[in-house]
Design a protein around this ligand. Structure first.
Ligand code: ATP
Ligand code: MN
Length: 463
């Protein structure tokens, strides 16, 4: 056995007469007039291989183990399939069971199991149709994202996961410490003094690689990160994970306009590639999960995004006559219900909102001349709301220092970050795109827990 076996996906395009072996897991098995039919999957594609087992061709002791979930190899011949739905099938003349799965105990039996139940068996759910499709799409999207940046000369850079700079201010932090020691069923705190800790000061899991990516962009011009990001979001929302993957391009010599252009090209090109390459999986989501999926994805690829200043958007929301749970006024942070109204009801395609009030955005965003707004941009998408958050960065030393003081942030914590403005500063911009938000968008899945193999949310860190 070696890795050069043929994937099920490729077996389906073999010519009748080919002698071959098929490896995989039994999805279903049914018997009719002494003949057994097995749907075999190895996760390589949307379509399973139908294996036909003529009466008496394999011993009963083996045949009895061919139940849902069992891992097997079939040997046989590719033959034309009389049934609709597949051109060929495998007529088995031999079989080896690598791992049986007791039908009385195997949890992934019934069709129509709830999403909640499947989350409890996150170690087995990749074998189901939906999760196979989600993880194949996730792979294709990751590849398309690297292609997008690589083809434009961006360098893939790796920023740290552990950071002792609490400067980002993007979300609630997870502490990283060796001062906590396992002690019986609980913890023992060796010292409350951060100076005694591993890094000699408080350290955290990163909430964003942006500040470090800025250092690299101000040397290498165009860079991007694609890595894990952590936020101790204590909300049980369907759009937030405690551990998620973020893509963060950062570009020197780029203003807000260029930043918006890149974000828009990015979303459209990546989705376009998925439409080209993942047809069968997208068809599946369109049929089973979200009936408007293909239509909206094609629409996104074809139509330019609407660009709208925050102030305009507030006026539209105020004039909407909708009964929102959270009321709207200039200066408020938009809630998901507002974002969705704008993009779904008002505009009907993705919207880029720009020039937000400085009070609701981070200290590093470039100040506009009006003294009230900053060069921020969020891309909002129908069905999920915010998918991208970005800005032109404040590159002027005096302005950024003034903002840090105004916000009461500790100036000394920003030493190296301010150095970028002290030495060879440049206009620059970037954004962060949540990979799982993108995956929700392209699959139509409604809960972010279902587009990552193993989800981390409050109370959930098993598997
Ligand atoms: P939101 O308002 O939706 O919580 P945010 O304003 O906190 O998002 P940013 O700090 O701008 O988000 O992060 C950039 C991107 O990362 C977001 O546009 C989103 O796609 C994604 N993101 C942020 N927080 C999470 C999370 N907890 N889980 C998954 N993705 C996230
Ligand atoms: Mn958030």
């Amino acid at each position: 056995m070696d890795y050069r076996r043929t994937y099920v996906r490729d077996l389906l395009s073999l010519k009748p007469g080919a002698k071959t072996a098929a490896f995989g897991w039994v999805k279903t098995r049914r018997d009719s007039k002494g003949i057994s039919f097995v749907q075999l999957s190895d996760g390589s594609g949307q379509k399973d291989l139908q294996v036909v087992i003529p009466e008496g061709s394999i011993p009963d002791t083996i045949s009895s183990q061919l139940t849902t979930g069992a891992c097997v190899r079939f040997d046989g011949e590719i033959v034309e399939s009389p049934a609709a739905g597949q051109p060929v099938e495998l007529r088995a003349d031999g079989c080896e069971v690598y791992g049986p799965a007791d039908p009385a105990a195997y949890p992934l039996q019934k069709k129509g199991a709830s999403w909640e139940f499947l989350r409890e068996i996150a170690h087995l759910r990749p074998r189901g149709n939906t999760f196979g499709a989600v993880f194949r799409l996730r792979n294709a999207a990751a590849f398309a994202i690297h292609e997008f940046f690589q083809s434009r000369g961006f360098l893939y850079v790796q920023t740290p996961i552990i950071t002792a700079s609490d400067a980002e201010g993007a979300g609630a932090l997870f502490a990283v410490s060796t001062l906590l020691e396992a002690h019986g069923q609980g913890y023992k705190l060796q010292s409350p003094d951060p100076a005694q800790d591993f890094f000699g000061k408080p350290a955290y899991l990163t909430v964003s690689g942006q500040l470090e990516a800025e250092c690299l962009a101000l040397a290498l011009t165009n860079v991007y990160t694609f890595g894990p990001t952590f936020r101790a979001e204590n909300s049980n929302s369907s759009r937030h994970l405690a551990e998620f993957w973020m893509i963060e391009p950062e570009m020197a010599f780029c203003d807000l306009e260029g930043n918006m252009n890149l974000a828009e090209e990015f979303v459209r090109e990546v989705i376009g590639k998925l439409l080209e390459r993942c047809g069968p999986d997208l068809d599946f989501f369109n049929l089973r999960i979200e009936p408007e999926l293909l239509a909206t994805l094609r629409h996104v690829v074809e139509s330019p995004f609407e660009r709208l200043p925050y102030t305009e958007a507030i006026k539209m929301l105020e004039a909407s006559g909708e009964a929102f749970e959270y009321s709207v006024h200039w200066g408020c942070d938009l809630q998901s219900e507002h974002e969705r109204w704008l993009t779904e009801k008002k505009v009907g395609r993705p919207v880029i909102l720009t020039d937000y009030p400085k009070e609701i955005k981070a200290f590093y965003m470039r100040a506009n001349d009006d003294g009230k707004t900053v060069r921020a941009m969020d891309v909002l998408a129908p069905r999920i709301g915010e998918i991208v958050g970005g800005s032109q960065r404040e590159e002027r030393l005096d302005k950024i220092e003034a903002r840090i003081t105004e916000m009461g942030l500790p100036m000394e914590a920003y030493g190296w970050y301010l150095d970028l403005r002290r030495f060879g500063s440049a206009p620059h911009s970037g954004f962060g795109l949540g990979f799982e938000r993108l995956m929700m968008y392209v699959t139509g899945m409604k809960n972010i827990r279902d587009v990552i193999p193993f989800y981390r949310t409050p109370g959930s860190a098993e598997f």
